[in-house]
Structures are given as structure tokens and as C-alpha cells.
Design a protein around this ligand. Sequence first.
Ligand code: GSH
Length: 209
Amino acid sequence: MSKETNLPILYSFRRCPYAIRARLALLQSGISVELREVVLRNRPQHMLDISPKGTVPVLLLPDGTVLEESLDIMLWALDDAFILGDWKRLVDENDGAFKHHLDRYKYNSRYENALTVEEHRNKVLEYLEEYDKRLIQASYLCGEKPTLADYALAPFVRQFANTDRMWFDQLSLPSLHRWLATILESQLFVQSMTKFNQWKIGDKPIVFG
Ligand SMILES: N[C@@H](CCC(=O)N[C@@H](CS)C(=O)NCC(=O)O)C(=O)O
């Protein structure tokens, strides 16, 4: 907990899809936190002290509990009404195979044993086609309202889309396009992407949410 604000402390990084999903869940639930914007190559010592694995997001609760997985932050923040459907399978696939192929599509040359850019892109496309089928049936992945699954997956679909926006836009997946646009244009998402300067010790606390 922050001594100055008495709020939970969130170590966050604006563009990180895992941090985005955590911020979406916190905003959705109306939970205010003290946000500390991290630069990954220069991580704050306090963050590494409470979470040596060094990934963002990290949430430090007032009772000293440290949540260092984005999904745990979402499950802690969201009401049961948002934790619906087959979210677990969707999140596991997203954080597993989808993310694997997304990284090798977006940053292909960083990986020694990667397939081609197109092969990894097509692997991701198989998931997007599945999402599109679901989104023909309902406005969101698990029904007519956004739930954990939407907040957890949309930041990764956004990253995929932005890698080659023209190619993504010509895909004939109308329901997926509609879903992504609705989420990205929502007040919640726009607020989640507010820009903050890198946090330094002694900075005036930034209350987020
Ligand atoms: N499983 C973690 C993954 C978080 C993660 O990998 N975040 C990236 C930024 S998008 C990171 O901190 N990378 C730094 C590193 O791996 O050293 C979660 O869900 O929170």
C-alpha cells in the first residue's frame, strides 16, 4: 500500500497487453490504485523487491499481498458477474499458443527457430476465425456484455491488428472487427491507455481510476 494515498500500488506499462487487461479490470470495478509507470529496461527496485520475476503488471495490496499475474489481478478486481463462460480456456489459449504465434509474427527475427512471418500470422488467424464465429452469435465473447474474456483477450488482438493494420483490416471477419472497434473506442479502454511519465521515487502519486 502506498503511504501517501493508502491505495494499492500498480506497477504498469502502458503498451503491455497484460498490464492493459489489468487496468481494464480495475477501471471496470471502480478500484482506484496508485499507478507507477515502468520502463522495462529500467525497472524500479521496489517493484523487483516485491516481485523478483520482474514482469508487469504487479499489484501490491494494502495487506501486503502481491498479485504478479495479470489474470490474478483481474480475478481479484472483477465482480463474479464478469467472470463468465469458458473464459479459462480462452485465456489459456490466448496466453499460450496465440501469444506464442503473435510474438513470432510481430518480432520474427528475434526468434531463432521461428517459422515464417506468414505462417505465424496464419496460426493466429485460426484463433481469430474462432472468435469471429462466437461474435456472430453474441456481441461479446461470452454473451451480450463485456466480461473477463473480452478484457483479457482484446489487448492481444489489438496488438496483432496493429502489427499490419492494412492486412488486418481487409480480413473478412466482420464480427471480430466490430467487437475490437467497440472495445477500443469504449470510454473504459481509452481511459486505460492514458499516458503517464516513467515513475521515479519522490514523484507525486498518480491516482488511476
Ligand atoms: N504472465 C504474466 C506476463 C506478464 C509479462 O510478460 N509482461 C511483459 C510486458 S508486456 C514483461 O513484463 N516483460 C518483461 C520481462 O519478461 O522481463 C502476466 O500475465 O502478468
